[in-house]
Design a protein around this ligand. Structure first.
Ligand code: NAD
Ligand code: AHE
Ligand code: ZN
Length: 375
Protein backbone atom coordinates (compact mmCIF):
# COMPACT_ATOMS: atom_id res chain seq x y z
CA UNK A 1 0.00 0.00 0.00
CA UNK A 2 3.03 2.27 0.28
CA UNK A 3 2.57 5.26 -2.02
CA UNK A 4 -1.03 4.31 -2.76
CA UNK A 5 -4.36 5.63 -1.60
CA UNK A 6 -5.98 3.35 0.99
CA UNK A 7 -9.74 2.97 1.16
CA UNK A 8 -10.92 2.16 4.69
CA UNK A 9 -13.68 2.99 7.16
CA UNK A 10 -13.88 6.26 9.04
CA UNK A 11 -16.50 7.98 11.16
CA UNK A 12 -17.28 11.18 9.29
CA UNK A 13 -18.96 14.19 10.86
CA UNK A 14 -20.80 15.64 7.87
CA UNK A 15 -22.52 18.41 9.81
CA UNK A 16 -22.65 19.90 13.32
CA UNK A 17 -25.03 18.19 15.71
CA UNK A 18 -25.56 15.11 13.55
CA UNK A 19 -24.42 11.58 14.41
CA UNK A 20 -21.17 10.42 12.84
CA UNK A 21 -21.46 8.34 9.69
CA UNK A 22 -19.20 5.29 9.41
CA UNK A 23 -18.36 4.90 5.73
CA UNK A 24 -15.57 4.49 3.20
CA UNK A 25 -12.90 7.13 3.12
CA UNK A 26 -9.92 7.40 0.79
CA UNK A 27 -6.71 8.17 2.62
CA UNK A 28 -3.96 9.54 0.36
CA UNK A 29 -0.34 8.54 0.95
CA UNK A 30 1.79 10.69 3.25
CA UNK A 31 3.65 13.57 1.61
CA UNK A 32 7.03 14.93 2.77
CA UNK A 33 7.31 15.03 6.57
CA UNK A 34 4.02 13.17 6.99
CA UNK A 35 3.19 9.79 8.47
CA UNK A 36 0.30 7.46 7.63
CA UNK A 37 -0.87 5.53 10.69
CA UNK A 38 -3.14 2.51 10.95
CA UNK A 39 -5.18 3.47 14.01
CA UNK A 40 -5.96 0.45 16.21
CA UNK A 41 -7.71 2.15 19.11
CA UNK A 42 -9.03 5.59 19.89
CA UNK A 43 -10.60 7.13 22.94
CA UNK A 44 -13.51 9.53 22.68
CA UNK A 45 -12.98 12.81 24.54
CA UNK A 46 -15.43 15.58 25.42
CA UNK A 47 -13.55 17.85 23.07
CA UNK A 48 -14.69 15.65 20.15
CA UNK A 49 -18.29 16.08 21.31
CA UNK A 50 -17.71 19.81 21.78
CA UNK A 51 -16.54 20.26 18.19
CA UNK A 52 -19.30 17.99 16.87
CA UNK A 53 -21.86 20.12 18.71
CA UNK A 54 -20.94 23.12 16.57
CA UNK A 55 -19.81 25.25 19.53
CA UNK A 56 -16.11 25.16 18.62
CA UNK A 57 -15.21 28.29 16.63
CA UNK A 58 -12.52 26.23 14.90
CA UNK A 59 -14.92 23.41 14.06
CA UNK A 60 -15.62 23.02 10.34
CA UNK A 61 -17.36 20.22 8.44
CA UNK A 62 -17.19 17.63 6.96
CA UNK A 63 -14.43 16.38 9.23
CA UNK A 64 -12.89 13.23 10.69
CA UNK A 65 -12.81 13.89 14.45
CA UNK A 66 -10.78 12.03 17.10
CA UNK A 67 -7.56 13.00 18.84
CA UNK A 68 -6.87 10.21 21.37
CA UNK A 69 -5.53 7.46 19.13
CA UNK A 70 -2.79 4.88 18.86
CA UNK A 71 -1.71 2.39 16.22
CA UNK A 72 1.10 1.38 13.88
CA UNK A 73 2.96 3.42 11.27
CA UNK A 74 1.95 2.12 7.81
CA UNK A 75 4.21 4.34 5.71
CA UNK A 76 6.14 7.58 5.90
CA UNK A 77 6.74 10.42 3.46
CA UNK A 78 10.05 11.83 2.29
CA UNK A 79 12.31 13.21 4.99
CA UNK A 80 10.69 11.43 7.95
CA UNK A 81 13.34 10.19 10.39
CA UNK A 82 11.59 10.11 13.77
CA UNK A 83 9.37 7.07 13.10
CA UNK A 84 9.39 4.17 10.61
CA UNK A 85 6.83 1.67 9.26
CA UNK A 86 5.88 -0.83 11.93
CA UNK A 87 6.49 1.49 14.87
CA UNK A 88 3.80 1.60 17.53
CA UNK A 89 2.77 5.23 17.94
CA UNK A 90 0.49 7.66 19.70
CA UNK A 91 -0.88 10.64 17.76
CA UNK A 92 -0.15 14.06 19.25
CA UNK A 93 -2.61 16.92 18.91
CA UNK A 94 0.01 19.11 20.57
CA UNK A 95 2.97 18.58 18.24
CA UNK A 96 6.61 19.15 19.11
CA UNK A 97 8.88 20.45 16.32
CA UNK A 98 11.77 21.43 18.63
CA UNK A 99 12.66 24.38 16.39
CA UNK A 100 9.90 27.00 16.62
CA UNK A 101 9.89 29.93 19.05
CA UNK A 102 7.51 28.07 21.38
CA UNK A 103 9.45 24.82 21.45
CA UNK A 104 12.75 26.63 21.96
CA UNK A 105 11.39 28.85 24.76
CA UNK A 106 11.49 26.08 27.32
CA UNK A 107 8.39 27.73 28.79
CA UNK A 108 5.55 25.90 27.06
CA UNK A 109 4.56 22.70 25.29
CA UNK A 110 2.50 24.61 22.73
CA UNK A 111 4.28 24.21 19.38
CA UNK A 112 3.64 26.88 16.78
CA UNK A 113 4.93 25.19 13.68
CA UNK A 114 1.66 23.83 12.23
CA UNK A 115 -0.94 25.36 14.55
CA UNK A 116 -2.49 27.60 11.87
CA UNK A 117 -3.15 24.83 9.33
CA UNK A 118 -4.15 22.40 12.11
CA UNK A 119 -6.83 24.85 13.21
CA UNK A 120 -8.12 25.07 9.62
CA UNK A 121 -8.41 21.28 9.37
CA UNK A 122 -5.72 20.75 6.75
CA UNK A 123 -2.21 19.33 6.57
CA UNK A 124 0.73 21.77 6.78
CA UNK A 125 0.76 22.16 2.97
CA UNK A 126 -2.84 23.39 3.10
CA UNK A 127 -4.52 20.30 1.65
CA UNK A 128 -6.42 17.29 3.00
CA UNK A 129 -5.50 13.59 2.72
CA UNK A 130 -9.13 12.44 3.22
CA UNK A 131 -11.80 12.08 0.55
CA UNK A 132 -15.31 10.63 0.84
CA UNK A 133 -18.23 10.71 -1.59
CA UNK A 134 -15.83 12.57 -3.91
CA UNK A 135 -15.38 15.45 -1.46
CA UNK A 136 -12.37 16.58 0.54
CA UNK A 137 -12.87 15.87 4.25
CA UNK A 138 -11.14 18.00 6.90
CA UNK A 139 -8.60 16.80 9.47
CA UNK A 140 -9.13 17.44 13.22
CA UNK A 141 -6.52 18.59 15.73
CA UNK A 142 -3.82 17.31 13.41
CA UNK A 143 -4.78 13.73 14.28
CA UNK A 144 -8.25 12.55 13.03
CA UNK A 145 -8.13 9.25 14.86
CA UNK A 146 -11.71 8.20 14.01
CA UNK A 147 -10.37 6.67 10.80
CA UNK A 148 -8.76 3.24 10.33
CA UNK A 149 -5.92 5.08 8.58
CA UNK A 150 -4.95 8.69 9.14
CA UNK A 151 -2.15 10.98 8.02
CA UNK A 152 -0.38 13.28 10.47
CA UNK A 153 2.66 15.55 10.40
CA UNK A 154 5.84 13.83 11.57
CA UNK A 155 6.01 16.24 14.52
CA UNK A 156 2.52 15.07 15.58
CA UNK A 157 3.44 11.51 16.41
CA UNK A 158 5.60 9.68 18.94
CA UNK A 159 6.83 6.09 18.88
CA UNK A 160 6.27 4.09 22.07
CA UNK A 161 7.25 0.57 23.06
CA UNK A 162 4.81 -2.13 21.86
CA UNK A 163 4.84 -3.44 25.45
CA UNK A 164 1.89 -1.12 26.08
CA UNK A 165 -1.13 -2.19 24.05
CA UNK A 166 -2.79 0.40 21.85
CA UNK A 167 -6.09 0.22 23.75
CA UNK A 168 -4.13 1.69 26.71
CA UNK A 169 -1.62 3.95 24.96
CA UNK A 170 -4.41 5.75 23.09
CA UNK A 171 -5.59 7.23 26.39
CA UNK A 172 -2.18 8.83 26.85
CA UNK A 173 -2.98 10.81 23.70
CA UNK A 174 -5.24 13.14 25.67
CA UNK A 175 -7.22 12.60 28.87
CA UNK A 176 -4.74 10.92 31.19
CA UNK A 177 -1.70 12.91 30.10
CA UNK A 178 -3.66 16.16 30.28
CA UNK A 179 -4.66 15.78 33.92
CA UNK A 180 -1.47 14.14 35.13
CA UNK A 181 0.69 16.73 33.37
CA UNK A 182 -1.41 19.60 34.71
CA UNK A 183 -0.54 18.52 38.26
CA UNK A 184 3.05 17.39 37.77
CA UNK A 185 4.39 19.61 34.96
CA UNK A 186 2.18 22.72 34.90
CA UNK A 187 1.30 23.25 38.59
CA UNK A 188 4.31 21.32 39.92
CA UNK A 189 2.30 20.44 43.03
CA UNK A 190 4.60 20.31 46.04
CA UNK A 191 4.78 17.78 48.84
CA UNK A 192 2.17 18.48 51.49
CA UNK A 193 0.25 21.05 49.46
CA UNK A 194 -3.54 21.06 49.48
CA UNK A 195 -5.24 20.45 46.16
CA UNK A 196 -8.84 20.72 44.99
CA UNK A 197 -9.92 19.09 41.74
CA UNK A 198 -13.23 20.22 40.24
CA UNK A 199 -14.68 17.45 38.07
CA UNK A 200 -13.82 13.78 38.61
CA UNK A 201 -13.88 12.57 35.01
CA UNK A 202 -10.89 11.18 33.14
CA UNK A 203 -9.05 14.50 33.33
CA UNK A 204 -9.81 15.24 37.00
CA UNK A 205 -8.96 11.70 38.14
CA UNK A 206 -5.66 12.06 36.30
CA UNK A 207 -4.96 15.32 38.13
CA UNK A 208 -5.53 13.43 41.40
CA UNK A 209 -3.10 10.76 40.23
CA UNK A 210 -0.49 13.47 39.56
CA UNK A 211 -1.14 15.08 42.95
CA UNK A 212 -0.54 11.71 44.63
CA UNK A 213 2.69 11.25 42.64
CA UNK A 214 3.92 14.62 43.97
CA UNK A 215 2.87 13.72 47.52
CA UNK A 216 0.20 16.37 47.94
CA UNK A 217 -1.49 16.76 51.35
CA UNK A 218 -5.27 17.04 51.10
CA UNK A 219 -6.63 16.06 47.67
CA UNK A 220 -10.22 17.27 47.60
CA UNK A 221 -12.41 16.03 44.76
CA UNK A 222 -15.37 18.28 43.95
CA UNK A 223 -18.12 16.84 41.79
CA UNK A 224 -21.89 17.26 41.46
CA UNK A 225 -22.24 13.51 40.91
CA UNK A 226 -22.02 11.54 44.18
CA UNK A 227 -21.11 8.36 42.33
CA UNK A 228 -17.75 10.01 41.54
CA UNK A 229 -16.69 9.82 45.19
CA UNK A 230 -15.65 6.16 44.91
CA UNK A 231 -13.79 6.89 41.68
CA UNK A 232 -12.00 9.87 43.21
CA UNK A 233 -10.92 7.91 46.29
CA UNK A 234 -9.58 5.12 44.06
CA UNK A 235 -7.34 7.70 42.37
CA UNK A 236 -6.08 9.15 45.64
CA UNK A 237 -8.59 11.78 46.74
CA UNK A 238 -8.58 12.20 50.51
CA UNK A 239 -11.87 14.14 50.60
CA UNK A 240 -14.98 14.50 48.44
CA UNK A 241 -17.40 17.41 48.30
CA UNK A 242 -20.64 17.65 46.36
CA UNK A 243 -21.12 21.43 45.91
CA UNK A 244 -24.89 21.07 45.40
CA UNK A 245 -25.23 19.70 48.94
CA UNK A 246 -23.69 22.61 50.82
CA UNK A 247 -26.20 24.75 52.64
CA UNK A 248 -25.69 28.47 53.11
CA UNK A 249 -22.19 28.70 51.69
CA UNK A 250 -20.40 28.56 48.40
CA UNK A 251 -18.00 25.81 47.42
CA UNK A 252 -15.13 28.27 47.59
CA UNK A 253 -16.06 29.25 51.17
CA UNK A 254 -16.30 25.58 52.10
CA UNK A 255 -12.89 24.74 50.62
CA UNK A 256 -11.28 27.75 52.34
CA UNK A 257 -12.63 26.49 55.68
CA UNK A 258 -11.52 22.92 55.03
CA UNK A 259 -7.97 24.00 54.20
CA UNK A 260 -7.52 26.76 56.78
CA UNK A 261 -7.29 29.62 54.29
CA UNK A 262 -7.55 28.11 50.84
CA UNK A 263 -6.00 25.55 48.54
CA UNK A 264 -2.45 25.71 47.24
CA UNK A 265 -3.58 24.39 43.86
CA UNK A 266 -7.00 24.02 42.26
CA UNK A 267 -7.90 22.57 38.87
CA UNK A 268 -10.96 23.07 36.70
CA UNK A 269 -11.72 19.82 34.89
CA UNK A 270 -15.32 20.68 33.99
CA UNK A 271 -15.20 23.37 31.29
CA UNK A 272 -17.83 25.34 33.27
CA UNK A 273 -16.85 29.02 33.64
CA UNK A 274 -18.71 29.34 36.96
CA UNK A 275 -16.65 26.44 38.29
CA UNK A 276 -13.47 28.10 36.99
CA UNK A 277 -14.30 31.17 39.09
CA UNK A 278 -14.99 29.07 42.19
CA UNK A 279 -11.70 27.22 41.66
CA UNK A 280 -9.74 30.48 41.50
CA UNK A 281 -11.49 31.91 44.54
CA UNK A 282 -10.86 28.70 46.54
CA UNK A 283 -7.12 29.37 46.29
CA UNK A 284 -5.04 30.51 49.25
CA UNK A 285 -4.33 34.23 49.45
CA UNK A 286 -0.79 35.15 48.47
CA UNK A 287 0.15 32.04 46.47
CA UNK A 288 -2.72 29.74 45.50
CA UNK A 289 -2.73 28.78 41.84
CA UNK A 290 -5.72 27.72 39.79
CA UNK A 291 -5.23 25.77 36.57
CA UNK A 292 -7.93 25.86 33.88
CA UNK A 293 -8.05 22.61 31.91
CA UNK A 294 -11.71 22.38 30.90
CA UNK A 295 -12.71 23.66 27.47
CA UNK A 296 -15.58 26.16 27.52
CA UNK A 297 -17.74 26.91 24.51
CA UNK A 298 -17.21 29.92 22.27
CA UNK A 299 -18.73 33.04 23.82
CA UNK A 300 -18.19 31.88 27.41
CA UNK A 301 -15.95 34.12 29.52
CA UNK A 302 -14.40 33.91 32.96
CA UNK A 303 -14.60 36.65 35.57
CA UNK A 304 -13.64 37.36 39.16
CA UNK A 305 -12.79 40.44 41.22
CA UNK A 306 -9.31 41.59 40.18
CA UNK A 307 -8.66 41.81 43.94
CA UNK A 308 -8.38 38.01 43.85
CA UNK A 309 -5.26 38.38 41.70
CA UNK A 310 -3.99 41.53 43.44
CA UNK A 311 -3.90 39.45 46.60
CA UNK A 312 -1.66 36.87 45.03
CA UNK A 313 -3.81 34.17 43.52
CA UNK A 314 -2.63 32.99 40.09
CA UNK A 315 -4.92 31.99 37.23
CA UNK A 316 -3.42 29.90 34.44
CA UNK A 317 -4.21 27.02 32.15
CA UNK A 318 -2.66 24.34 30.01
CA UNK A 319 -3.23 22.14 27.00
CA UNK A 320 -2.15 18.49 27.07
CA UNK A 321 -1.04 19.09 30.66
CA UNK A 322 1.97 21.11 29.54
CA UNK A 323 3.55 17.84 28.35
CA UNK A 324 5.88 17.77 25.34
CA UNK A 325 4.61 14.67 23.58
CA UNK A 326 7.66 13.45 21.68
CA UNK A 327 10.01 14.06 24.60
CA UNK A 328 7.85 13.10 27.57
CA UNK A 329 5.22 10.57 26.47
CA UNK A 330 7.62 7.57 26.37
CA UNK A 331 8.41 8.29 30.04
CA UNK A 332 4.73 8.13 30.93
CA UNK A 333 4.52 4.78 29.12
CA UNK A 334 7.45 3.55 31.26
CA UNK A 335 5.63 4.73 34.39
CA UNK A 336 2.58 2.73 33.27
CA UNK A 337 4.67 -0.39 32.59
CA UNK A 338 6.34 -0.03 36.00
CA UNK A 339 2.96 0.09 37.70
CA UNK A 340 3.37 3.75 38.67
CA UNK A 341 0.69 5.22 36.40
CA UNK A 342 -2.88 3.95 36.27
CA UNK A 343 -4.28 3.61 32.75
CA UNK A 344 -6.34 0.36 32.61
CA UNK A 345 -8.63 1.66 35.35
CA UNK A 346 -9.95 4.46 33.12
CA UNK A 347 -11.51 2.13 30.57
CA UNK A 348 -15.16 1.67 31.52
CA UNK A 349 -16.66 1.10 28.09
CA UNK A 350 -15.63 -0.37 24.73
CA UNK A 351 -17.25 -0.18 21.32
CA UNK A 352 -16.35 -1.14 17.76
CA UNK A 353 -15.99 1.66 15.18
CA UNK A 354 -19.43 0.73 13.80
CA UNK A 355 -20.96 1.80 17.15
CA UNK A 356 -18.94 4.96 17.70
CA UNK A 357 -22.10 7.02 18.17
CA UNK A 358 -22.90 4.82 21.17
CA UNK A 359 -19.50 5.83 22.57
CA UNK A 360 -20.57 9.47 22.31
CA UNK A 361 -23.85 8.68 24.11
CA UNK A 362 -21.99 6.83 26.86
CA UNK A 363 -19.60 9.70 27.40
CA UNK A 364 -22.53 11.86 28.42
CA UNK A 365 -23.57 9.38 31.13
CA UNK A 366 -22.14 9.73 34.63
CA UNK A 367 -20.73 6.20 34.81
CA UNK A 368 -18.40 6.49 31.82
CA UNK A 369 -14.79 7.50 32.42
CA UNK A 370 -13.47 6.53 28.98
CA UNK A 371 -14.91 4.52 26.13
CA UNK A 372 -12.21 2.98 23.94
CA UNK A 373 -13.18 2.39 20.32
CA UNK A 374 -11.72 -0.68 18.61
CA UNK A 375 -11.04 0.38 15.02
P1 NAD B 1 -16.00 14.34 32.13
O1 NAD B 1 -17.34 14.79 31.67
O2 NAD B 1 -15.71 12.90 32.15
O3 NAD B 1 -15.79 14.88 33.62
C1 NAD B 1 -16.31 16.09 34.06
C2 NAD B 1 -16.78 15.90 35.48
O4 NAD B 1 -17.19 17.18 35.97
C3 NAD B 1 -17.98 14.96 35.64
O5 NAD B 1 -17.70 14.00 36.62
C4 NAD B 1 -19.11 15.90 36.09
O6 NAD B 1 -20.02 15.27 36.98
C5 NAD B 1 -18.32 17.01 36.78
N1 NAD B 1 -19.02 18.29 36.85
C6 NAD B 1 -19.88 18.84 35.97
N2 NAD B 1 -20.32 20.04 36.40
C7 NAD B 1 -19.72 20.25 37.60
C8 NAD B 1 -19.78 21.29 38.55
N3 NAD B 1 -20.55 22.36 38.36
N4 NAD B 1 -19.03 21.17 39.67
C9 NAD B 1 -18.25 20.08 39.88
N5 NAD B 1 -18.17 19.05 39.00
C10 NAD B 1 -18.90 19.13 37.88
O7 NAD B 1 -14.90 15.14 31.26
P2 NAD B 1 -13.34 14.90 31.05
O8 NAD B 1 -13.13 13.97 29.92
O9 NAD B 1 -12.70 14.59 32.34
O10 NAD B 1 -12.91 16.36 30.51
C11 NAD B 1 -13.06 17.49 31.34
C12 NAD B 1 -12.88 18.76 30.56
O11 NAD B 1 -11.53 18.89 30.13
C13 NAD B 1 -13.71 18.89 29.30
O12 NAD B 1 -14.15 20.24 29.21
C14 NAD B 1 -12.72 18.61 28.18
O13 NAD B 1 -13.13 19.20 26.97
C15 NAD B 1 -11.49 19.23 28.75
N6 NAD B 1 -10.19 18.77 28.23
C16 NAD B 1 -9.19 19.69 28.12
C17 NAD B 1 -7.93 19.32 27.72
C18 NAD B 1 -6.81 20.31 27.63
O14 NAD B 1 -5.76 19.97 27.05
N7 NAD B 1 -6.94 21.51 28.14
C19 NAD B 1 -7.70 17.98 27.40
C20 NAD B 1 -8.74 17.05 27.58
C21 NAD B 1 -9.98 17.45 27.98
N1 AHE C 1 -10.77 25.07 19.27
C1 AHE C 1 -11.29 25.33 20.60
C2 AHE C 1 -10.26 25.15 21.66
C3 AHE C 1 -10.12 23.74 22.06
C4 AHE C 1 -8.96 23.57 22.99
O1 AHE C 1 -8.66 24.41 23.84
N2 AHE C 1 -8.28 22.47 22.82
C5 AHE C 1 -7.20 22.12 23.69
C6 AHE C 1 -7.12 20.66 23.75
S1 AHE C 1 -8.58 19.90 24.36
C7 AHE C 1 -8.24 18.28 24.24
O2 AHE C 1 -9.30 17.58 24.61
C8 AHE C 1 -5.88 22.63 23.14
O3 AHE C 1 -4.99 21.90 22.78
N3 AHE C 1 -5.75 23.92 23.12
C9 AHE C 1 -4.57 24.58 22.65
C10 AHE C 1 -4.65 24.82 21.18
O4 AHE C 1 -3.67 25.28 20.59
O5 AHE C 1 -5.72 24.55 20.59
C11 AHE C 1 -11.86 26.71 20.69
O6 AHE C 1 -12.69 26.93 21.58
O7 AHE C 1 -11.46 27.56 19.88
ZN1 ZN D 1 -9.23 15.45 24.50
Amino acid sequence: TVGQTITCKAAIAWAAGEPLSVEDVEVAPPRAHEVRIQIHHTGVCHTDAYTLSGKDPEGAFPIVLGHEGAGIVESVGEGVTSVKPGDYVVALYTPECRECKFCKSGKTNLCGKIRATQGKGVMPDGTSRFKARGKDILHFMGTSTFSQYTVVADISVVAVTPKISTDRSCLLGCGITTGYGAAVVTAKVEQGSNVAVFGAGCVGLSVMQGAVKNKAGMIIAVDVNDSKEAWARKFGATHFVNPTKLSGKTIQEHLIEMTDGGCDYTFDCTGNVGVMRAALEACHKGWGESIVIGVAAAGQEISTRPFQLVTGRVWKGCAFGGIKGRTQLPGLVDDYLNGELKVDEFITHREPLSAINTAFDQMKLGDCIRCVVDM
